[in-house]
Design a protein around this ligand. Sequence first.
Ligand SMILES: *Cc1c(COP(=O)(O)O)cnc(C)c1O
Ligand SMILES: [Zn+2]
Length: 464
Amino acid sequence: MSHACQKCIHPDCAAEYDLYQVLPKCPACGNLLDIIYDWDQLRIPSHPMMLGRAAWPSGGMGAISGVWRFGDLLPFAPLEKRVSIGEGHTQLRVSPNAAAYAGIKKETFRLQYEGLNPSGSFKDNGMAGAFSHANMVGAKVAACASTGNTSASLAAFASASGLMRAIIFIGDGKISYGKLSQALDYGAVTLLVQGDFDDAMARVQEVSAREGIYLVNSVNPFRLEGQKTTMFRVLEGLNWQVPDWVVCPGGNLGNSSAFAKALYELYDLGIITKLPRIAIVNSSGAPTFSRLVNDHGLKWNGGRVDDSIIDSYYAKLDADNVKASTIASAIEINRPVNLKKALRAIDRLNGVALDVSDQAILDAKANIARDGLGCEPASAASVAGAKQLVEKGVIDRDATVVCILTGHQLKDPHATVAYHSFSEEDLAKEYGRFGIATSKYGNRPISVANSADDIVAKIRQTLG
Ligand SMILES: *Cc1c(COP(=O)(O)O)cnc(C)c1O
Ligand SMILES: [Zn+2]
């Protein structure tokens, strides 16, 4: 192989493909593809502080990219083909209130705030990878089906770079205004497909194949290369001291898969000398990964995953007409495309899978926000998951724990306003189907008369 290639994850196939091929999955066996590197040829600096220093001419895009400054560790694209919109300027933050809520010592608890990306979610890390690959192969049009954040990211990359047009497929009525507004404002061709997300997904695949459009959907392995960089920034924030736990929400399971790949590649390169454990947190309204791992014994099994367990689980979902249903719309997914890579992640990192209720997600979200960190509901599954694992004795309260906040608060302000200001009755009416009935950590707005006397009285009463 040259310095890098695409490789099937199934050990009995292990077919390799050139980087310039555009493949949704392994043409030989239908499994997922990885990007793998010949690290000996690439000669990676062994000290983390030296990473990326040589890779960018000064003033290049790498200087503004929190993805490409780690380009040494995802070297699939030639320098001149790499695209950035200034993604990955995210922060590892202390969060004493959320720490106390989760039951972890505040000194060892951190939140990685990926909502600070240009389009407001971690998807920009992955899009830097996939969009650069689209640029490598000369694509002029890129498309995706999305519940919102992937489409917002693609639309931003297309307009900011001017390199190609973006076409967004959305299930009609299935997207929050925060996310839809981004696709429209960035000028993407926005198609409201009469149907749900699954219909939009099926159509985007059909149309892309027919028209030769580059697809940036979640199976794209180049996206996961970009998403590795969240872990590099976490480790950088910890002075390259490896935490005990990384806790992240699980939807299509791209992030968790990418985090694991980042970590064991660093380990294999000798840049870190221990591996953290990973916890992947579903919503109980979309608990496929948690159920398959915890109740059905599904395992990575050296890459020979027992497909019959997955097939029968999905057949039962269909037979019972079960649909994913959670307020955390970014993880409202019952058929996660990166399932097998996430099994590999928990295998390599001695990880766990779990699911948390939507009530627990919103309660956690309110506690995160009290530290000044606003996130969308899906993100808060990480902290809700950490809390559950502490209660079960799986995570020690002295452990070093990093929870990933995947998307910004303003992606879905309706859920936040409802939680804080609705009466219990209205909350149950609107969100009872998700099992949300109380706003224990709610911060109700106060109605006041148009009078300084009344306002002063209410302020004194409130501040005590
Ligand atoms: C996409 C997304 C997720 C789910 O991530 P996966 O990589 O699909 O598991 C979680 N939170 C937010 C905000 C997202 O946009
Ligand atoms: Zn294969």
